[in-house]
Write a protein that binds this ligand. Structure first.
Ligand code: CAA
Length: 263
């Protein structure tokens, strides 16, 4: 099937069950502006709906994952325009937009909105050469796509406060050492391959179980431990109504590979 054509993205299916979205606005280091974000949302939704895809990888170039929101697009905005259009709301939705997991593979600059976009993914991988940061303070603004919340939850208030107040960058190794990145790789090539490998593994499992797993882990960010554990148990119970639960457990007993029907 022919993939839809995008101006600011390269979209492909490099592995069985894996969708790859590469941000592609090289002249502006993948600076995020509305036309790109609308394409990104459309591409993510298309993969999420596709029965062929079980997991998506989001990446940029080796030079830049994304160098932030487009400063030239933002510069003339008034308060009324920003507030009236709920500026950035349309591109803060990634965590809730799609039910299947998304892995970000971060190489090069991931600054401002780029760092925020990377953090919206379900799993973040990076290379040692990645350059993260929330430099908005230097522009007379603050993070606007969840950076102050997600960075703080990921690495703790002490470090996040220092980084957001100073606008200092941090490396891929820091991101891993501080718990923002699940894995760090020596090179961008290894980072992308690692992300595709993991996505392929995830895509080989029951889609319904994978969606449920993503949903319950994300709930831990919003709920207290007691409600969270209760929510998990309800979703766990629900999976006994899926065909894949019967298939997975029967395959185990028969020492066979499960052939999921994703229902
Ligand atoms: N917006 C618009 N254009 C950008 C951009 C951005 N965020 N980042 C880079 N570009 C453009 C540059 O203007 C330049 O374009 P021209 O060739 O037309 O001049 C091109 O991309 C290449 O950039 P540089 O020449 O600056 O490349 P470099 O290698 O010397 O530096 C960099 C790279 C350190 C990433 C530098 O480009 C930079 O500091 N960019 C801005 C980073 C930033 O402040 N991001 C946060 C934005 S605010 C935000 O994101 C708000 C939010 O929370 C949502």
């Amino acid at each position: 099937p022919s993939e839809p054509q995008y101006e600011f993205l390269k979209v492909s299916t490099p592995r069985p069950g894996v969708g790859l979205i590469e941000l592609h606005r090289p002249k502006a280091l993948n600076a995020l502006f509305t036309p790109l974000i609308l394409e990104l949302n459309a591409a993510l939704r298309a993969f999420d709906k596709s029965t062929d895809i079980g997991c998506t990888v989001l990446t940029g170039s080796y030079k830049a994952f994304a160098a932030g929101a487009d400063i030239k697009e933002m510069a003339p905005k008034t308060f009324a325009e920003a507030y009236g259009s709920d500026f950035i709301e349309s591109w803060s939705g990634l965590p809730n937009l799609i039910k299947k997991p998304c892995i970000s593979a971060v190489n090069g600059h991931a600054l401002g909105g780029g760092c925020e976009l990377a953090m919206m993914a379900d799993v973040l991988y990076c290379s040692t050469a990645a350059n993260f940061g929330q430099p908005e303070i230097k522009l007379g603004i603050i993070p606007g796509a969840g950076g102050s919340q997600r960075l703080t939850r990921a690495i703790g208030k002490a470090r996040a406060m220092e980084l957001i107040l100073t606008g200092k960058n941090f490396s891929g190794q820091d991101a891993y050492d501080w718990g923002l990145a699940a894995r760090v790789f020596a090179t961008p090539e290894e980072c992308l391959t690692g992300a595709l490998d993991t996505a392929e593994t995830i895509a080989s499992y029951s889609r319904i179980a994978v969606k449920a797993a993503k949903e319950v882990v994300n709930k831990s960010q919003d709920l207290g431990i007691r409600e969270g554990v209760e929510f998990e148990r309800r979703v766990f119970h629900g999976l006994f109504g899926s065909e894949d639960q019967k298939i997975g457990m029967k395959a185990f007993a028969e020492k066979k590979k499960a052939e999921w029907v994703h229902r």
